[in-house]
Design a binder for this molecule. Structure first.
Ligand SMILES: NC(=O)c1ccc[n+]([C@@H]2O[C@H](COP(=O)([O-])OP(=O)(O)OC[C@H]3O[C@@H](n4cnc5c(N)ncnc54)[C@H](OP(=O)(O)O)[C@@H]3O)[C@@H](O)[C@H]2O)c1
Length: 280
C-alpha cells in the first residue's frame, strides 16, 4: 500500500491497466466551463475520466485532452451507453457509440459501460458491446447501477464477463453484497457518489475525528478508505483547489481500527434508484 501513488493502476482481469483513481463528470454549465474543469483536473494529475453519452460532457473531455497536449494513450476514458439506444436495439447502439467516439475525438474507449440495466434489454445490449470489444473499439466493458442478478443474466447468456462495475460506495452504502460477488469473479469496482454526502457531516463526525488524527480532511479520509478497500473512486469538484486536494490521499495509511470505524457507519442505504423498482 505504501508504494501506491496517483499514477498507480489496477490490472483488470484482461490485463488492461486502469488508474487507481479517476475524475468524475465535468462540472460547469457551459462547454467552456466544462473544458476548464477538465483541464484543471488534467493539470492536477488525473488521467482517468468518467463520462457518459447522457452527461453531455464527452465533447468537453475530447477538447480538454487535445488541448492538454498529452498523448491520448496516457488517458483512461470511461463512457456509457444510454438507455434510449439500448431500447431501440443494435443499430441505434452503434450510432450512439460512434457519436461518443466523435465527441471524444478518439477511435477507442478504455472502458465502456451499460449505464442502466434496461429491463429485458441487458443481454442484447451486452452482446452489442461485446462486438465493440472484439473489434478493439473498447478495451474493457462494465455495468453500472446493477445487482448480482444482472451479472448472472449476462454470465448465462453472453461470452465476455464484465471487467468492471461502477456503483455507489460510501461509508453509508458499501454495496457489500455485489462487491463480494465482484471480488469472487475478479470484477473491479469503480465507486460513484463517495463524497457527495459528506457536506451533511456534523462538526464531531467520526470522519472528521479520524481526519484530524492523520492531518487530512474527511474527503481525503473517505478517498483513502476507498483505496484500502481496493475500489477506484471518482471524486469531482467545481473547485480547482479542492479537486487537487482530492488527489492528496496517497501519503498516509488508515489503521485497521479506523477502517473498521468507517465500515461501521454502513447501513446499505443508497441514494441511487433501485434498478429493480425504477426504469427511465
Ligand atoms: N454510473 C452512474 O450512474 C453514476 C451516477 C452518479 C455518479 N457517477 C459518477 O461518479 C462521479 C462522482 O459522484 P458524484 O457526482 O456524486 O460526486 P462526488 O465526488 O461523490 O461528490 C461531489 C460533491 O462533493 C463536493 N466535494 C468534492 N470534493 C470536496 C472537497 N475536497 N471538499 C469539500 N467538498 C468537496 C463537491 O462540491 P464542490 O464542487 O463545491 O467542490 C460536490 O458537491 C460523478 O461525477 C460521475 O462521474 C456515475
Amino acid at each position: 500500500m505504501k508504494d501506491i501513488n496517483k499514477d498507480s493502476y489496477y490490472e483488470l482481469y484482461n490485463r488492461v491497466r486502469m488508474p487507481v483513481v479517476g475524475y468524475g463528470d465535468a462540472q460547469g454549465r457551459t462547454i467552456n466551463e466544462q473544458v476548464k474543469n477538465y483541464l484543471d483536473a488534467i493539470d492536477a494529475g488525473y488521467r482517468m475520466f468518467d463520462t457518459a453519452f447522457i452527461y453531455h460532457s464527452e465533447r468537453a473531455l475530447g477538447i480538454a485532452i487535445k488541448e492538454s497536449g498529452i498523448p491520448r494513450e496516457n488517458f483512461f476514458i470511461v463512457s456509457k451507453m444510454w438507455d434510449t439506444a439500448m431500447r431501440r436495439g443494435e443499430v441505434d447502439m452503434m450510432r450512439q457509440f460512434e457519436e461518443s467516439l466523435k465527441r471524444l475525438q478518439t477511435d477507442y474507449i478504455d472502458c465502456y459501460l451499460l449505464h442502466w440495466p434496461v429491463i429485458g434489454k441487458i443481454v442484447d445490449a451486452w452482446k452489442t458491446c461485446e462486438k465493440f470489444y472484439y473489434t478493439g473499439h473498447v478495451r474493457s466493458l462494465g455495468l453500472s447501477n446493477v445487482k448480482r442478478h444482472h451479472f448472472v443474466e449476462i454470465m448465462r447468456n453472453c461470452d465476455v464477463l464484465p471487467h468492471v462495475q461502477e456503483d455507489e460506495f460510501s461509508p453509508w452504502c458499501m454495496s457489500n453484497d455485489v462487491r463480494k460477488f465482484d471480488e469472487f469473479y475478479g470484477i473491479r469496482y469503480i465507486s460513484m457518489m463517495s463524497l457527495c454526502r459528506l457536506k451533511y457531516e456534523s462538526e464531531d463526525s467520526i470522519l472528521r475525528v479520524i481526519g484530524k488524527k492523520y492531518g487530512k480532511s474527511m474527503y481525503q479520509v473517505v478517498l483513502r478508505w476507498n483505496l484500502q478497500h481496493g475500489v477506484c473512486p471518482l471524486p469531482t469538484s467545481h473547485n480547482s483547489k479542492r479537486l487537487r486536494e482530492n488527489l492528496d490521499f496517497f501519503d498516509f495509511e488508515l489503521a485497521k481500527e479506523d477502517m473498521s470505524a468507517i465500515d461501521a457507519l454502513n447501513f446499505e442505504g443508497p441514494i441511487n434508484w433501485d434498478p429493480d423498482l425504477f426504469d427511465f
